[in-house]
Design a protein around this ligand. Sequence first.
Ligand code: GTP
Ligand code: MG
Length: 195
Amino acid sequence: MDFRKTEFIRSAAGPEGFIRDGLPQVAFAGRSNVGKSSVINRICDRKNFARVGSAPGKTIHINYFLTDKRLYLTDLPGYGYAKVGKDERDRWGKLMETYFAEPGMISFGILVVDIRHAPTKDDVTMYRGFQRTGCPCMVLANKADKLKATQVEESLRCIRDTLKLSEDTLLLPFSAEKGTNRDVLLSTIEKSLGL
Ligand code: GTP
Ligand code: MG
């Protein structure tokens, strides 16, 4: 698998845009600004590839990136941005609901959280959403570069407790900024998809 060979395929605003070609999809969900697009950029080792940091909460789209013609990295729209109005929140809810309800959409779920903060209620709901699909999932604790090494263990424990992760669920400290644990993430994705 060459994760550097990743191309943008399309943006879906609704079910008519969903990709259903049978290739596995690795779905990235998480709060707005937590770094989902940055994680995807880091996976592909590209800068400014998946769009980073512009107008949080405004792009209610699912973005599909095809890696090595073998799997999709699916960038889901973020949630929890305070300034989002009701219409946008409704649009987000409808899009996510249809995506999560359709069987076979998600092959591997990655919930991205901020390692510095306890997961929010929305994070817990999102994680349950992944679980309900029955697909394997993991949690990526991003922005690890912002914590002192001595704080990491305690933060991970808090995240594990709040999300009630089972012992065999991978919770990986990560830094999209520095590339920390990129190799572990890539091998986990490959293994979970049997590639
Ligand atoms: P939405 O698309 O709005 O849902 O946000 P997102 O989750 O895709 O976040 P995005 O990748 O746009 O990153 C948000 C901000 O966090 C940007 O300013 C990034 O540079 C920063 N960021 C992302 N990952 C890291 C990281 O690992 N460390 C640090 N220090 N900053 C990061
Ligand atoms: Mg993004």
